[in-house]
Design a protein around this ligand. Sequence first.
Ligand code: NAD
Ligand code: DAU
Length: 367
Amino acid sequence: MRRLLVTGGAGFIGANFVHYWLDRHPGDRLVVVDALTYAGNLRSLDSVAERDEFRFVHGDIRDQELIESLLADEGLDTIVHFAAESHVDRSISGPDAFFDINVLGTHSLLKAARTVWLADGAPVAHRFHHVSTDEVYGDLSPDDPAFTETTPYAPNSPYAASKAAADHAVRAYWKTYGLQMTISNCSNNYGPFHYPEKLIPLAIVNLLHGKQIPIYGDGSNVRDWLYVADHCRGIERILERGRVGRTYNIGGECEKTNLELIHELCRLTDEIFEEDTTLKLRFVEAWPSRGDSCRDAVTFVTNRLGHDRRYAIDIARARSELEFAPKVDFEEGLRRTIRWYLDNMEWWKSVMDGSYRNWIDEQYGSR
Ligand code: NAD
Ligand code: DAU
């Protein structure tokens, strides 16, 4: 039985992790702490809100006192740390929050964990799992081998640099103070509850609104895609079988150029609208409802500054030490994702039109 603190549990991957964990580990205590920034959405946790094992705390990882009291009062033994500013484009236009939250916020969390778990003379059994990204390794040329856990760090965006700094801080707390930590560096996730500013949810929502899909540059940049539930399973494996002090790369072994990805998404969306004729009545502005192919929505726009050309992840260590392999193939994962956005219009509309923000401000005061 574990007692977990999940930071950033109202965000995309954090919320998926909460559902994943409570489904598979009923009886474990799970406390979410989340500051509910624009990317955090309490509605993503609606279906678990009333469960006895679950508690939501509106709070900030930089509030060391709050985190210490949660760890101590709840007797928590595991931190799964997702909370972060996570969007590369936002880090380019406004890097401050990224260093503040991702670096200083992680350090604050480390200090709280050290205070409660490594108190003089009374160390408590614990695990600090830090969720990081493949972007810390920089980028690859088309023929380079995939990133391994020993690839030197070479982050290119302020976001990636802030995550790299946090990774180093976590490692230093292990080496110096003996904090029982693990780190995962994962590739691009997709699936339900994804805020519609990242490529896949943005493309789906734009298709349904009859808007264009902006592709940066010529669309030849390559990403490795992983269905989010597979990432959650990877983290579960690390908590259960991972070696303390070790880093694990988690990825989908699914490299696609952005253009390939969007063409596949468009093909599947057209197909789903063909299969389910009620959709044309529910989404009257959508490209297929107007008799157009979704592919017509693609438009090329100015490239992202410092745009990493290619990411690819070697998951050999996770395969051999954790018996991890991605289960959901790309077409199936995309189909599930498109279907989720079709079935959850209220979720994404409320996030985008500000009514969710107003509701949060009423509940918790504006931030
Ligand atoms: P997200 O932006 O969807 O969610 C981040 C969550 O953190 C939000 O709920 C937000 O409210 C919360 N948060 C932000 N600042 C906080 C603070 N100061 N205190 C408490 N909560 C705060 O992010 P995501 O895509 O779910 O990513 C989660 C983690 O996984 C991040 O650390 C990210 O770097 C990492 N990651 C993401 C991907 C991906 O493809 N999305 C891939 C690899 C790693
Ligand atoms: O690799 C893991 C990382 O994946 C995570 O650490 C980040 O938190 C997550 O946001 C993601 O970063 P990316 O920058 O790869 O994701 P994004 O969805 O923003 O972009 C994916 C690719 O699509 C990238 O090459 C940029 C491009 N893109 C993105 C947007 C938003 C477009 O062409 N048009 C767009 O409008």
